[in-house]
Design a protein around this ligand. Sequence first.
Ligand SMILES: [Zn+2]
Length: 206
Amino acid sequence: MWRFLFIIAFSSLWAQTVVIDPGHGGTDRGARGKMPFCEEKRLCLQTAKLVRQYLDQLGYRVVMTRENDAFVPLARRVEIAQQASSSIFVSIHYNSARSPTAQGIEIFFCDSQDQKQKTLASKRLAETILPRLIRRTSATSRGVKRANYYVIRETIMPAVLIEGGFISNPLERAQLKTIEYQEKIARGIADGIDSYFRRKRLARLK
Ligand SMILES: [Zn+2]
C-alpha cells in the first residue's frame, strides 16, 4: 500500500506538462497541395493527436492549443502554454516551397538575447528531437535552425517549431498522408521529448 502511494506521489511530482501546438486551423489552412489533396492544418492536428497519445502513455501531462479545426490566434496559443505552466512548447507544422523537390524535416528554435537559458534549452530540445525523428522516418534532415516565429519567441518556456515535411513535394506529400508515416513522425517527436526530459533528470541527479 505504502509503496503504491509512494509511486503515485512520485509520478505526480515527476509528471511534466507538455504543450503541443498544432499549426493553423479554421480559416487559416496553412500550406496546401493537390493530387493527393492535402491541407497543412489537418496534418498538423493529426500528428499532434498521435504525439499526445504517445506522451500520455509515457506519463506526461499534455495540453493542446487546439483539439479540432478551430482558428486559434497566435497570442492565445502562447497564453495557453503560460496558463498550463508548461515545461516545454512544441509547435507542429508542415512545410511548403516553390521548388517541388524541396524535402525533409527541420526544427526551429528562437535565439533571444534576453532569454539565454530558454534559448539554450530550446536548442537542446530541437537537437534531441531531430535525430529521433530522422531515425523513425528516414527523411532527409534539414537541420536545427534559428527563426523568429511568434509562438517560439513569445513563449517563456523552451520552445521549438517542427516542420515535418514538404506538402509542396508530391512524393513527400503522398507519404505524409499515410497513417503509417504519421505514426513514425509522432513517435519520433514523442521519443525526442521523452529523451529531453530523461537527460534533464539525469543531469539533476549527477
Ligand atoms: Zn505552418
